[in-house]
Design a protein. Structure first.
Length: 346
């Protein structure tokens, strides 16, 4: 279902290290946050409850963070950053730091608190000089997963080992600080929606003569990001947004070209001044990787017959035409466009 992407105007809060006199309240908040999550129905093991409640023990590495309401001083959320050698670490290895126990007061959700805590955790781990920050999360924690992907974490399926009763196999995510690629692909952030809208419109209108209604649909990034997934290619050196692509959430589809067990994507766009850097290929390769993670049989998309550069890219990456799924549509009275379909078997 769609999720809010805007932060309300009354959302002023600060993320900082917890004070010693806040440890008890932080433990209570942690327990409350997890008691209302997607696994709240499961029995809580005594050792798990002790971990949630003993915030003081989690503060040993200096990584106990809290989000505090600027107006009232009330604790709104918390997160713990720890080192690989700490006993509460589950996934960290080879000097990595680990993010654990991100919890938000249910009454404060929708204010961007979890995203702020995740970003503060990234900044803290980076200051430690570690190679990466890792975490794991249950497969039903969909909102948390989108927060991590929005922050720039990448899922690492190869490290997803073992199962937990009632939860299944936790998903593992990693944010690298060493060997950072020139471009990072992640979910769009609320503050970037207008930027991505302008980029998409500019990329398409720079090359094609489009109807007014289609141009308006290109700019509807907010709706797509609320209900589906809008990915961006970010220049890791400058933070500039270089390109974008649109995919559905797991189990859904965004166009009629997709069949069961297929992943479709739409509106691949690269900023005109960023072309020639392999951005389009990186975005399509990211979609293909998503398809493999989700276990689909094929990645598909459609494109206009005049979009020759896109067609060359898809062909180079191994996509083939699917003539049986192609159609001719009337984009304006008396104006028709042939729509080609492409697919890549996985």
């Amino acid at each position: 279902m769609p999720e809010p992407l805007e932060t309300p105007p009354d959302s002023a809060f600060t993320v900082r290290p917890a004070r010693e006199d806040e440890y008890e309240a932080t433990g209570v908040l942690t327990t409350l946050g997890f008691a209302t999550g997607p696994y709240a129905h499961l029995p809580r093991r005594p050792e798990r409850l002790a971990l949630e409640r003993d915030a003081g023990a989690r503060a040993g590495d200096g990584g106990l963070l809290v989000a505090v309401d600027d107006a009232t001083g009330r604790l709104l959320g918390t997160a713990t950053v720890t080192r690989a050698e700490n006993p509460i670490s589950r996934q960290a290895r080879d000097g990595e730091a680990e993010l654990r126990l991100v919890a938000v007061d249910p009454a404060a959700r929708g204010r961007g608190i979890a995203q702020a805590l995740v970003q503060a955790s990234i900044d803290l781990a980076s200051s430690w000089g570690v190679p990466a920050l890792v975490l794991d999360t249950g497969p039903l924690n969909h909102t948390a997963q989108r927060n991590y992907l929005r922050a720039g974490f990448e899922r690492v399926v190869a490290r997803e080992l073992g199962t937990e009763t009632g939860i299944g196999t936790p998903q593992v995510y990693r944010y690298a600080f060493d060997e950072v690629a020139p471009v990072r692909i992640r979910l769009v952030r609320p503050s970037e929606l207008d930027i991505v809208a302008r980029l998409t419109v500019e990329a398409y209108t720079n090359d094609y003569d489009l109807s007014e209604s289609y141009v308006l649909s290109l700019a509807e990034v907010h709706g797509r990001a609320s209900s589906d997934e809008v990915w961006v290619a970010e220049d890791t050196a400058t933070g500039a947004i270089l390109g974008t692509v649109w995919t559905p959430r797991p189990g859904a589809r965004i166009s009629q070209v997709a069949h069961d067990d297929e992943l479709d994507f739409r509106l691949l766009a690269v900023a005109p001044d960023a072309r020639g850097r392999g951005i389009g290929e990186a975005l399509v390769s990211h979609v293909v990787a998503l398809g493999r993670i989700r276990g689909v049989k094929r990645v598909v998309m459609n494109t206009g017959s005049t979009m020759l550069a896109a067609q060359r890219l898809y062909t180079r990456l191994g996509f083939v035409r699917l003539p049986e799924r192609e159609e001719r549509i009337e984009v304006e009275p008396g104006r028709f466009v042939d729509i080609f379909a492409f697919g890549l078997d996985l």
